[in-house]
Design a binder for this molecule. Structure first.
Ligand code: ADP
Ligand code: MG
Length: 310
């Protein structure tokens, strides 16, 4: 089967949240053991990943150095994290594959995702990113053109657009590499957001894209059989955090939409995963699974996790 695995932030950073390069490398190496099991089981695998904590760290560097080095835009930050995470994935996945007796070439594609320049988020951004700062510290960034909001007691926080992903521009590159036998990493952080100008040129924009929503689009355009959303819980749960919490097994897209409408999946975490998983199947994909990283090999066959199928 052709499988797209979307790795959450929880798979890419250490459990205690340490962001040292060594901690990030160790976390990614652990995730690649699970991905290597999938490849060794005979599946054709594409990897995508989140980049929230990594972009958050780059934003802090921008802030602290703003008076010395001009801050770089979010599309550049996204591209940078695709590079560093993609490189680390390749460097840890290759030996894991060799240890399993199935050496394979790997590649990481710097990937652009098309968004709509008319998205209301570009004129009225609402997605908070980075840390809270006192006004004095936010001011140089506002002077560099960023939009920050007064959030009262906690201080000021930057807000950006979070537009819907429309198309993964570099899908053909991924397809070509898959056909040549590569295990491919693509669309990290949801892809670098670009808009198409009137003259047809692509231009990077200041925005963040939900990585799971992009994963659903990429999985469809690659004709993947299964979209696996790997996070830190074994299942999506109805009544999460209550006394009658119920982990979900095999569910139809329609049933999943009902649970979502009833408010069972938190908007900043499980919500977008469920939305992406449902969209993949509604748009013709065979199966989506939401589960923890350690279970992805069982999950692809529908034997574990929350499995969305029509
Ligand atoms: P990642 O960083 O791996 O992308 P998130 O932290 O964004 O993952 O989302 C996973 C988290 O969603 C879980 O750790 C859990 O705390 C939370 N969550 C919210 N609602 C639910 C739910 N209904 N079922 C399961 N987990 C939920
Ligand atoms: Mg997350």
């Amino acid at each position: 089967m052709r499988v797209l695995v979307a790795l959450g932030g929880n798979a890419m950073t250490s459990p205690e949240g340490s962001a040292t390069p060594e901690a990030q490398r160790t976390a990614i190496a652990g995730a690649m053991e699970c991905v290597a099991d999938l490849v060794a089981a005979g599946h054709e695998v594409v990897i995508t990943h989140g980049n929230g904590p990594q972009v958050g760290n780059l934003l802090v560097k921008n802030e602290l150095a703003a008076n010395v080095v001009p801050p770089v835009p979010l599309d550049w930050n996204g591209a940078q994290t695709q590079g560093t995470i993609g490189f680390t994935v390749m460097n840890t996945l290759e030996p894991a594959l060799i240890r399993r007796g199935c050496p394979r070439p790997t590649a990481a594609v710097v990937t652009r995702t098309l968004v709509n320049g008319d998205d209301p988020g570009f004129t009225h951004p609402t997605k908070p990113v980075g840390r809270f700062l006192p006004y004095e510290d936010a001011r140089p960034l506002i002077e560099h053109g960023q939009i920050w909001e007064d959030r009262g007691e906690k201080g000021w926080r930057r807000v950006v657009a979070s537009p819907e992903p429309l198309e993964v521009i570099d899908t053909h590159t991924v397809r070509t590499l898959l056909a040549a036998g590569y295990v491919v990493t693509a669309a990290g952080g949801g892809g670098i957001p670009v808009v198409r100008d009137a003259d047809g040129q692509l231009r990077g924009v200041e925005a963040v894209i939900d990585k799971d929503l992009t994963a659903a689009i990429l999985a469809r355009s690659l004709d993947a059989d299964v979209l696996v959303i790997a996070t830190d819980v074994d299942h999506a749960i109805v009544g999460y955090g209550t006394a009658d919490a119920q982990p979900l097994g095999v569910v139809t897209p329609a049933q999943m939409r009902e649970y979502a409408a009833a408010g069972h999946f938190a908007s900043g975490s499980m919500g977008p995963k469920v939305e992406a998983a449902v969209r993949f199947v509604e748009s013709g994909g065979h199966r989506s699974v939401i589960t923890s990283l350690a279970h992805i090999a069982e999950a692809v066959t529908g034997a574990y996790g929350t499995c969305i199928e029509s």
